[in-house]
Design a protein around this ligand. Structure first.
Ligand SMILES: NC(=O)c1ccc[n+]([C@@H]2O[C@H](COP(=O)([O-])OP(=O)(O)OC[C@H]3O[C@@H](n4cnc5c(N)ncnc54)[C@H](O)[C@@H]3O)[C@@H](O)[C@H]2O)c1
Length: 384
């Protein structure tokens, strides 16, 4: 295989993010062979809607197709583990959506299975691939901020604010027992670990369920859908609407993050700030083309994304000229470009920019520590 068009991919799931995967693959020129969904009828509808060459009636049918080299897993969380496992057993490369699994026992097993194979495996922590996040990581590596001391920020959304808001993520057997933390907090932890080059060592967490009863529609609801069901039934809620977490890192750095899916007006707001011994940097996903750089003895700077102003890491992740804002879908395209390059090369790079299954598993172990800390009201170490 010499070029992306020589690689065949099939995508499991055609909801919000499955559609984004398919569009990114098409932009890269990857040969999207078809889609798999919960039923053959849903897959057929998706193939029609997205203009794909075929719908596979089952995952087994896609795995049996020798033209499929890569499986993208974009189904609800509970299916990631069995679908990734089956894909690896069939000799396919895998890009799995986050979280990698619903328990760390499952994600640990997937790490072992990936390691025992020669396949390329990645978790879609796409926010790493906004060009200014790549640029910021290089700044930290080049010691432009000095020793990292403080990492702070939030990940806020509002789409689960009302008791009539419903999604499969609210059901622990489908989404996992940690909800806001697992769904979006995982992105923040992965992103800041990636930029700072540090892993979370211990956590002190407080989880809150503010909406204690929700109205579950009788029937399915798509993610971020504005539809309201005519018929609903009340369901008691157990998972976190919001969390505040204190973090300790291996080098002695400290962190704090607030996570919420019930913050009115915050549609998808990821913010981080990293304060080092020499300078600081901060980024906001809703203004993704701007990086704030803070100084003590001279005026602060705003770096606007643009190949002529960024370092080599930022440039490598950018596609458009400055001022032509790059966003969410572009970050996924940039991410996949990196993974597909590894597939073409036949081996993962020594220090992949993309999140490996190990990184996906680390997230799960941070989640375990968060859940335990909240339950026992104390600091808990993340499993090494
Ligand atoms: N990286 C990101 O920024 C990002 C953003 C959104 C979602 N996600 C992740 O992607 C996954 C899907 O989320 P979504 O928001 O697209 O959900 P969604 O509900 O919009 O779509 C899920 C899709 O999976 C299909 N599906 C359900 N059960 C299935 C099964 N057994 N086999 C195959 N397909 C099945 C559904 O029919 C639907 O097409 C989740 O794991 C979520 O955490 C990641």
């Amino acid at each position: 295989m010499e070029r992306f068009s020589d690689i065949g991919a099939a995508v499991i799931g055609s909801g919000f993010i499955g559609t984004v995967h398919i569009e990114a693959l098409r932009r890269l020129g990857v040969d999207v062979r078809g889609v798999i969904d919960a039923t053959p009828e849903l897959a057929e509808g998706a193939a029609q809607r997205l203009g794909l060459r075929q719908a596979y009636p089952t995952l087994e049918a896609a795995l049996a197709d020798p033209a499929v080299d890569v499986i993208h897993v974009t189904s609800p969380n509970q299916y990631h583990y069995p679908q990734v496992k089956a894909s690896l057993a069939a000799g396919k490369h895998v890009i799995c959506e986050k979280p990698l699994a619903v328990t760390s026992a499952e994600s640990r097993e997937l790490v072992a299975l990936a390691a025992a194979s020669d396949r390329i495996t990645a978790v879609n922590f796409n926010i790493r691939f906004y060009p200014l996040n790549q640029h910021a990581r290089q700044m930290v590596k080049d010691a432009e901020l000095g020793e990292v001391r403080l990492i702070s920020g939030h990940y806020f959304q509002d789409w689960l604010l009302l008791d009539t808001d419903w999604n499969w993520r609210l059901e622990p057997d489908k989404g996992g027992t940690l909800r806001a933390v697992g769904d979006i907090g995982s992105h923040w932890i992965d992103l800041t670990n990636f930029i700072a080059g540090l892993k979370v060592q211990s956590v002190m967490a407080d989880l809150s369920t503010f909406v204690t009863v929700r109205q579950k529609p009788v029937g399915e609801v798509q993610t971020f859908s504005q539809e309201r069901a005519a018929e609903t039934e009340p369901v008691d809620m157990t998972t976190d609407d919001a969390a505040v977490i204190l973090l300790r890192y291996a080098n002695g750095a400290r962190g704090t993050v607030a996570i919420s899916q019930v913050s009115a007006g915050r549609k998808n707001s990821v913010q981080w700030e990293i304060d080092g011994a020499k300078a600081s940097a901060a980024w906001d996903s809703e203004r993704p083309d701007h990086l704030w750089i803070g100084h003590r003895g001279r005026p602060n700077e705003i770096l606007q994304r643009g190949a002529e102003l960024m370092n080599a890491s930022g440039i490598a992740a950018t596609a458009l000229p400055g001022g032509h804002v790059e966003g969410f879908a572009d970050s996924i395209c940039s991410h996949f470009r990196e993974v597909y390059r590894a597939i073409l090369a036949g081996a993962a790079p020594a220090d992949p920019l993309y999140a490996t299954f190990e990184a996906g598993h680390h997230e799960m172990t941070v989640g375990d520590a968060v859940a335990r800390s909240a339950a026992e009201d104390r600091w808990v170490d993340v499993e090494a």
